[in-house]
Design a protein around this ligand. Sequence first.
Ligand code: ADP
Ligand code: MG
Length: 356
Amino acid sequence: MARIDLNHIRHAYMPDPKSDADYALKEVHHTFEDGGAYALLGPSGCGKTTLLNIISGLLHASHGELLFDGKDITRLSTQERNIAQVFQFPVIYDTMTVYDNLAFPLRNRGVAEADVDRKVRETLEMIGLADWAKRRARGLTADQKQKISLGRGLVRSDVNAILFDEPLTVIDPHMKWVLRSQLKQLHRRFGYTMVYVTHDQTEALTFAEKVVVMYDGEIVQIGTPAELFERPKHTFVGYFIGSPGMNVMPVEIDGRNARLGGQVIALPGALKAKAGGSTELGIRPEYVRLGSEGMPVSVSKVEDIGRHKVVRASLEGREIAAILGEDESIPADPKITFDPAGINIYADSWRVETGG
Ligand code: ADP
Ligand code: MG
């Protein structure tokens, strides 16, 4: 397994890119540590597959260098990079048996047949296809085929990294959970460097130690699930992660206070840097308190979702969401306050530090 450095990687699919908008990847400068389990999370079209294919060598970036363990491999082919990649849809040999499909990548590398057999059997167990070993892949269901694909990615232990590109899309929800847990165990056991692409926050947050959030061709934040929740570096991370996402509202900053329409909100501290451009306050629904004191709101909707309630209300003419415990009730004349611990301030969508 290897440490992967992406040095100032940019990529445009068009031949003569001029502005940032012409780049599918604007600038990615980042290191995937050896043995790390990363999720690459972002909406469709943000550049996840582009980045993964640049790492595996299916695509050569227009600018920048790629290093494996400090060695420049930018110009090496996929084969030479020694990476396993699992795609969204099955890539298997229909005419081969399930067993031979898994054995193929090993035999291809000249692994001794006894070792091939051991690894293949182990992998078949893991993907739950041990009973299907002798069957031809043709005629299997879409999710069985995808499990074979997954198995082909996992069967080799000598790879520099294993890349997964939304590999569980065609798998049913229960099996998804099972396979994801197995991937996680595998990571703990063998310490593979794994990069797992998904647009599903639950998948990302349960799989990864570090989540890399992408938006519009850029990495906007890399952090643990807790960091992404507590301190979203970009308003996009606030919206995209969480359910419902972070409330974001335009404010004016005045010393240690933020002004929202006619309301004044105390900040946890003064801004460390002067916020230029448009200034916004972000607060997750979990930190919005409903009571008999604070800023007046009108409640428009209450969604009961088991362990808690999501309250939708209007504050100074803008919609705001709050999360309440299942036993908490909504006061007759509801007012809200913000827990200072949950307040983040953004200038032109990027978080500004507060303190002092
Ligand atoms: P994701 O995997 O996050 O959905 P992609 O990396 O596939 O995103 O795509 C990023 C951007 O690059 C999108 O705007 C997409 O339309 C564009 N793109 C992807 N592949 C190609 C291609 N082969 N040719 C031209 N544009 C492409
Ligand atoms: Mg993709």
